[in-house]
Design a protein around this ligand. Structure first.
Ligand code: FBP
Length: 553
């Protein structure tokens, strides 16, 4: 870590994150068990695959009034997994302080570079001095992150040997749906093998799609959306000042459109595409661009040749025609990877792929700009997902819009000027200094994970809820990982995975957007949220996302 730190970082180091009342006396808590649980779907299959974890009860913590301590220290290991999200360092700080509160000689080890560090035994001890340098900072750089999938017996055994060597009896996996799926597989394996290693997950992802009836939001979503909304607000103000560009802004969110919807609610763009609606209405790329063209032409008639269009990065996978193409491509790439690896360049790979696709998909694939064709066959991530952050959907849409506008111009139906600027907002927000909400939430999640470990629970995700309220009213406990699982197709076969939460088209955030979007399309009603504030009035510093507030109404 650099020896030079910013003035803000210096002040933030002194910030004391708030904890729910249940954890205020330490990680030794009283644990209440609820009813036995089932899974999010395919319960018979999940039960067969996870016989040792399936059916566990939801746990709720409350404060004990003793200054009780464990007789022996607890050693924990922690892994950061997947994409960065603001607040990861505070989760680690929470785990550290939590296990120390239970026994001062407890130790915390951080595995380097994500799950692969656990397998390759690359770790560093998280000491008090080290963690103090990272409290309330953004990033995952204290130990790094990675996307290695943990699913083989060999990996589980290596991890076990490494943990046993360090005397680790609890592993905290900080990750998104895929990483928590890994955590569940690991918990199941260790229970079946009678290994004394508890496995606990924490809900991380800026995408906001790791949520359900029990988990209100994943950490990092709040901060990332605030950063993107600030930037969108700044771009909107520039657009409204210069009045000469249409800005196409693609926003991260690999699958669900929560980030785009939240940023839309915060900034009032002229158009905001929600992938889940596109899928529901079975919209084609043609229909999506027709809607954009209509807004562009109507604003041009009023002399407004500028505007803001938000596009979720996962859009392409939700357009039914593209979905079918991508599904076929995924299976092909999974099954033909060795044949493809011998092909010398993209040109040869495209030719090869086209001969293998069904006629309908081959025609569609051929109609796409070459750049997009190449981007669509790039390597999948280790979990079999298309790397949508590498696909420039906005450029595909712009090309189609330009074609339509020029036809309209020839027919005398469009008199405007269409100049564009493109942006992709993603990496800008993933390592921002956590907002006060994320700083508190993450610290509480880490502390709750420590409480699960101290109370000898495995196969759980740490949970902190009632988040629209002040932290003193937050509730905490554990949710069985199997409760969130269902079967999905990955890498060409059915796999148990934690179910992603897509935007609910019947939910309040979408309803609020749908009620206002027609006005936002034709008026210039932009809102400029400005930067995250860490010090100052609670109405600003303590503000939650609109999604969280609307969902908790
Ligand atoms: P997680 O699901 O691991 O939290 O990552 C989310 C994300 O930020 C997506 O929004 C984005 O598509 C992806 O990671 C980018 O991945 P990478 O960091 O590997 O480029």
């Amino acid at each position: 870590m650099s020896s030079a730190i910013s003035a803000l970082q210096k002040e933030r180091a002194a910030y004391k994150p708030q904890l729910p009342a249940a954890l205020k006396r330490g990680a030794i808590v009283s644990v209440k068990e609820g009813k036995s649980s089932t899974s999010a779907g395919d319960s018979e299959k999940i039960k067969t695959l996870f016989p040792n974890n399936f059916g566990k009860p939801v746990l709720t913590f409350s404060k004990i009034n003793d200054d009780y301590r464990l007789d022996a220290p607890i050693n924990a290991g922690v892994i950061l997994s997947g994409g960065q999200a603001p607040g990861g360092h505070n989760v680690i700080a929470g785990v550290f302080d939590g296990i120390k509160s239970a026994h001062p000689d407890s130790k915390l080890y951080g595995f380097i570079g994500g799950p692969s560090g656990l397998i390759d035994n690359k770790f560093r001890e998280i000491t008090a001095k080290l963690i103090d340098e990272y409290r309330n900072t953004g990033g995952f750089d204290i130990i790094g992150s990675g996307r290695t999938k943990l699913d083989s017996k060999e990996q589980f055994e290596k991890a076990r040997a490494n943990c046993e060597e360090l005397g680790i009896n609890a592993l905290v996996v900080i990750g998104g749906d895929d990483s928590n799926t890994n955590a569940c597989l690991l918990a199941e394996y260790y229970l079946a093998a009678n290994a004394q290693i508890r496995v606990i997950g924490c809900p991380k992802t800026i995408d906001g799609d790791l949520k359900n009836a029990q988990i209100e939001t994943s950490f990092g979503f709040d901060t990332a959306c605030k950063v993107y909304s600030e930037l969108i607000g700044n771009i909107s103000r520039d657009a409204n000042s210069a009045k000469k560009y249409w800005h196409f802004i693609r926003l991260m969110g690999r699958s669900a459109s929560h980030i785009t919807l939240e940023c839309g609610l915060q900034t009032h763009p002229n158009t905001c595409v929600i992938s889940e609606e596109v899928a529901e209405e079975k919209m084609t790329l043609d229909q999506i661009t027709d809607q954009m063209v209509s807004v562009i032409a109507q604003r041009a008639e009023k002399g407004m040749n500028f505007g803001i269009i938000l596009i979720p990065e996962g859009l392409i996978e939700f357009v039914p025609e593209m979905k079918s193409l991508i599904r076929e491509l995924n299976d092909l790439i999974a099954h033909e990877s060795s044949a493809m690896s011998f092909l010398p360049d993209d040109e040869q790979k495209l030719k090869f792929i086209k001969t293998k696709l069904t006629a309908k998909n081959s025609k569609l694939y051929d109609s796409l700009p070459k750049q997009i064709q190449v981007q669509l066959i790039k390597d999948r991530d280790p979990h079999g997902n298309v790397q949508v952050s590498l696909i420039e959907t906005e450029k595909l849409l712009i090309e189609m819009i330009q074609g339509k506008l020029s036809k309209m111009r020839k027919a005398g139906e469009y008199i405007g000027k269409f100049s564009v600027q493109t942006h992709f907002l993603g990496y800008e927000g993933r390592c921002a200094a956590p907002s006060n909400f994320d700083a508190d939430y993450c610290y509480s999640l880490g502390y709750a994970a420590a409480a699960l470990a101290v109370n000898n629970r495995t196969g759980y995700m740490a949970s902190v809820s009632n988040l629209a309220q002040p932290a003193s009213k937050w509730k905490c406990g554990g949710i069985p990982l199997t409760m969130m699982m269902n079967m999905e197709r990955r890498y060409g076969s059915e796999k148990p995975v934690i179910k992603k939460a897509l935007v609910d088209l019947k939910g309040k955030p979408f309803a609020k957007f749908a009620t206002n979007r027609d006005v936002w399309a034709l008026e210039t009603d932009y809102v400029y949220p400005g930067p995250i504030q860490y010090f100052g009035p609670d109405s600003v510093c303590g503000a939650r996302t609109m999604t969280l507030m609307l969902e908790s109404e």
